[in-house]
Design a binder for this molecule. Structure first.
Ligand code: NOJ
Length: 556
């Protein structure tokens, strides 16, 4: 068996900061860089060795930073470029790498390029975007935007439409224009030269659009997607970015790929001269309780979740590298989804071990390490996200009144995971001394970092131990994965093997008891129980009966 190629980015545990809600230093109710700086020691103690910053750039906040108005500066709400440099240096001094969000499928409509493009066809920036004439007073094609109705916005002065596959305020960049690609590469160099260690590339698989922008197959909120989810020049553009920039620095890139499959991803992430991306975020394991989007709920299926994880583990083995996550700023909190609020601590720990001990680089989203849960909003006007508003319009048509919609959105909207981090039991959970920009989750008096620090059985301490183990044990990083009992709808059991070391990870996704029997060849009494979420861990007949959401990890 050939050995998995070792690399530093494979040995990272990355912490994602969504800056607006992380920590506010100046009392304006919005998280900022000085707030982040004040928590670098907390992150170091947590043990993570990298930070991914969701966008920190100037933005009108139509999509909270994913609509960038200037790629080479810092959002004044968050601080200055000097503040950023201080954070970068502070992170590096503490042994943490830093990656930036690179959002280049689109800009903000308040970006200078777009403002210039509005000046007309003769302006050199006009062709930075997709400006097209309409057809019979209608948009150039039938594409829909994921965030806001049609994908084309009309401009009267130009008598033309521009394309936006996300919000209206997020015009798509025309990557076919070589000047745009040069701009992208310059932006990358700007941050890499400053010392950042890589990028998380936002919807990067959308950057090439089909020639002629043909009509798409009608789909709710996604008509046209087949013409850009893997466009004709995607390979070429990613190769250009890799060869001209990424390969020239000691850095890594993790791409976000909606609707990503292993066969789509592999050509980009397979080790070798053609590799253009180091890792890929896919969504398949996040679809075990919904259909296509978080907004269409179905009962949680453990088999679906396991199937997705295992598929990526098997298919990428010895070829490419997995990016592991169960939370980020685009999905509701995982305990609400795949765990249990009644067993918040137990299920929070189980879920942590379940994904972090797989093969791949784990990403932890802010607050996940203390078991934060969805914020509960009571009125429509408390929601803040463009996607929620768009879905409100769609759900109204399905007969949802405001109360029903708010109830639903509290379960499925991505903003439920964007509430401020709960630092302590004081007012506003210690996030700000002012009025927080967004509601704080009601459980902050019980669920907060300070309380978790003081409780040896907290989820936080469990994460610390897990992160340390993951970083220090090659079997947890490079070991070969094998799943047992794939047909069980209660247990997720897998092993990792490297040379003569073995891990056996046993996770129950049930409140009721389930009988677990060790797979053939295993003798549990010979293993060391290195992670568990209950103190009573009897073994009977080489197995045990699970407690609610029990996890046990044995090392052999
Ligand atoms: C993916 C980002 O994670 C999400 O937050 C954003 O709204 C879209 N891309 C558009 O940039």
């Amino acid at each position: 068996m050939s050995e998995v190629k070792k690399d530093w980015y494979k040995e990272l545990v990355v912490y994602q900061i969504w800056p607006r809600s992380f920590c506010d230093s100046d009392g304006d109710g919005i998280g900022d860089l000085k707030g982040i700086y004040s928590k670098l020691d907390y992150l170091k103690d947590l043990g993570v060795n990298a930070i991914w910053f969701s966008p920190l750039y100037p933005t009108p906040n139509a999509d909270y930073g994913y609509d960038i108005a200037d790629y080479r500066n810092i959002n004044p709400e968050y601080g200055t470029l000097d503040d950023f440099k201080m954070v970068l240096e502070g992170a590096h001094e503490r042994g943490m790498k830093v990656i930036m969000d690179l959002v280049v499928n689109h800009t903000s409509d308040e970006h200078e390029w777009f403002k210039e493009s509005l000046k007309g066809e003769d302006n050199p920036y006009h062709d930075y975007y997709f400006w097209r004439k309409g057809k019979d007073k209608k948009p150039p094609n039938n594409w829909l935007s994921t965030f806001e109705g049609g994908a084309w916005e009309y401009n009267e002065d130009l008598d033309k439409y521009y394309l936006h596959v996300f919000a209206k305020k997020q015009p798509d960049l025309n990557m076919d224009n070589p000047k745009v690609r040069e701009e992208v590469k310059d932006i990358m160099r700007f941050w890499l030269d400053m010392g950042v260690d890589g990028f998380r590339e936002d919807v990067i698989t959308f950057i090439s659009k089909a020639e002629g922008l043909p009509n798409g197959f009608p789909l709710p909120a996604a008509t046209g997607i087949e013409h850009y989810k893997k466009g004709p020049h995607l390979d070429e553009y990613l190769k250009e970015f890799r060869e001209d920039v990424i390969d020239k620095y000691d850095c890594f890139v993790v791409a976000e790929g909606p609707m990503m499959t292993t066969s789509f991803a592999l050509p980009y992430i397979t080790e070798g001269p053609n590799k253009t991306l180091d890792m890929m975020f896919h969504f398949q394991h996040m679809e075990a309780d919904c259909m296509v989007t978080d907004w269409v709920k179905v009962p949680f299926s453990l088999k679906k979740m396991k199937g997705a994880f295992s598929k990526w583990q098997y298919k990428l083995h010895n070829k490419g590298w997995n990016a592991l996550y169960i939370e980020n700023h685009d999905h509701p909190r995982i305990i609400n989804r795949y765990g249990s609020l009644d067993y918040r601590v137990e299920s929070g720990k189980m879920l942590a071990a379940m994904y972090m001990l797989q093969c791949g680089t784990p990403f932890i989203y802010q607050g996940q390490e203390i078991g934060m849960t969805n914020v509960n909003l009571t009125r429509l006007d408390e929601f803040k996200d463009v996607l929620t508003f768009n879905n409100h319009n769609l759900f109204k048509k399905l007969g949802y009144n405001e109360e029903k919609f708010v109830n639903h959105a509290n379960k499925v909207s991505r903003e439920t995971a964007r509430s401020p981090v709960q630092w302590n039991a004081e007012e506003n959970a210690g996030f700000t001394t002012g009025k927080p920009w967004f509601n704080i989750c009601d459980n902050y008096k019980e669920v907060n970092v300070e309380a978790a620090e003081n409780d040896p059985d907290s989820i936080l301490h469990f994460y610390r131990k897990l992160i340390k183990f993951k970083k220090e044990n090659k079997v947890a990083i490079y070991g070969k994965y094998k799943e047992y009992y794939p047909n069980s709808s209660s247990l997720y059991v897998y092993e990792r093997v490297l040379n003569n070391e073995k891990l056996l990870v046993i996770c129950s996704f049930k409140e009721n008891s389930v009988k677990f029997k060790a797979p053939a060849g295993y003798d549990l009494s010979k293993g060391e129980l290195i992670f568990n979420n209950y103190n009573d861990n009897k073994i009977v007949n080489n197995g045990f009966v699970t407690k609610p959401y029990e996890v046990r990890v044995y090392k052999f």
